[in-house]
Ligand binder design. Structure first.
Ligand code: SF4
Length: 399
């Protein structure tokens, strides 16, 4: 394999159904040779020396900072993460501080980033590390034992912080590897994952593996972009099978789109003597651990009576729904949710029957609690309504 100057992986078969990507690519991976690797890595390093991204967590050898940044970056953009990262590090500067934190404080700083189990797992993992002496684990096996740490995060910590030659596959490198290999099948399938991780293992060098992995991620993020990749600026274009086949737009295979389900739900701000009823969402529900206003899926008819019954059955107080404050629209996975936000007054019996942690709080205390994104929107709408009555009431009645 080492004597080729054109794409070396997945060479063209002959015959009617021949395609450079459809034969056994694992066999082809075994043929990648030292010369090819040396050329590929050198081209990438030269490019990265000129064009790497400048990120707050870049060139950092602190495993704690690498860990926090990588977990935050899952499912999120760099721009969204930057302010969260700085706030989080200011408040919890090390593993010991995070392990001693209240879960609600951690979630409050995570509020808006979504996928809140990530924040809860960070705190749980910090507690495990502290219980084991406080030293950050330095082996793939011990990192994978920690709550919330998968193969990618472990590889990032090992290579970025400890300069160990650990492979990585995340969104940017997944796309880049698929294109380099000309891999047209589903990269998220078991066979696809096996192939991509094997490729990543072959690519990562023993010397400066962290820098190499960061260069691959930067190349994926800035040059090998999801749409219209900048192949004319790509340092590894001569090793790219997707480019050779002019198939960049078809690779990687898109994720199958989930069927969207429309649902209607409702919030109720239950008021009693100037305080509002909120509760901590239990394990197993969306946004577990976050606080929220009573929220229900709606039947098709008699919304107000239904909500009055559910408040009494699920929380205890007897209430009268008074009016709709506003309506929010948002999506969770395949659900597109229309969320009516109601006001209700307690009828005098405020006894709580719910098994979940619950509180009656004055609006000025909303800021102390971690809310789901829509919970925060509702809380802020309520605060504005209390400051400027009727402003939002009109909006709510018209939607
Ligand atoms: S040549 Fe184009 S498609 Fe191939 S790796 Fe480079 S940017 Fe991506």
């Amino acid at each position: 394999m080492g004597t080729h100057s054109r794409p070396l992986i997945g060479r063209k078969k002959t015959g009617k159904n021949a395609h450079p990507t459809r034969h056994c690519m694992t066999d082809e991976l075994s043929q990648i040779d030292v010369k090819w690797l040396r050329r590929f890595r050198a081209a990438l390093r030269r490019w990265h020396a000129r064009g790497g991204r400048d990120l707050p967590w870049r060139n950092c050898r602190d495993p704690y900072m690498v860990w926090i940044s990588e977990v935050m970056l899952q499912q999120t953009t760099v721009a969204a993460v930057k302010p969260y990262f700085e706030r989080f590090l200011n408040r919890f500067p090390n593993v010991a501080a995070l392990s001693a934190a209240d879960e609600a404080d951690v979630l409050r700083l995570w509020e808006g980033l979504g996928y809140y189990s990530r924040a809860r797992n960070l705190r749980k993992a910090a507690q495990v590390i502290v219980a084991n002496g406080g030293e950050f684990p330095q082996s793939i096996e011990s990192l994978l034992q920690l709550p919330g740490i998968g193969r990618y995060t472990a590889g990032a910590i090992l290579s970025f912080a400890f300069d160990r030659p650990a492979p990585i596959v995340e969104a940017n490198t997944l796309r880049l590897y698929c294109r380099l290999l000309g891999f047209r099948d589903d990269p998220r399938s078991t066979a696809g994952q096996r192939l991509l991780w094997s490729f990543a293992e072959k690519l990562v060098p023993a010397k400066s593996p962290g820098e190499f992995n960061q260069a691959m991620m930067d190349l994926g993020a800035t040059i090998c972009t999801p749409t219209e990749p900048h192949c004319d600026e790509c340092p590894v274009v001569s090793s790219c099978l997707a480019f050779a086949a002019q198939a960049q737009a078809e690779i990687p295979a898109p994720k199958p789109r989930p069927e969207i389900t429309e649902t209607r739900e409702a919030y109720v701000a239950v008021e009693s003597s100037g305080r509002y009823l909120i509760y901590r969402r239990p394990e197993g529900q969306r946004w577990a651990g976050m606080w929220d206003f009573p929220r229900f899926e709606l039947p098709l008819a008699s919304e107000q009576q239904f909500l009055e019954r559910r408040i009494a059955a699920d929380f205890g107080p007897r209430v009268t729904i008074t009016e709709r404050l506003t309506q929010l629209k948002h999506s969770v996975t395949r659900f597109r949710i229309t969320l009516d936000c109601w006001l209700a007054e307690s009828n005098g019996d405020d006894g709580l029957t719910t098994p979940h942690p619950t509180a009656w709080v004055v609006p000025s205390e909303f800021a102390r609690y971690p809310f789901s994104t829509t919970g925060r929107q509702f809380a802020e709408t309520l605060l504005r309504e209390l400051r400027e009555p009727n402003l939002f009431r009109a909006v709510g009645q018209n939607t």
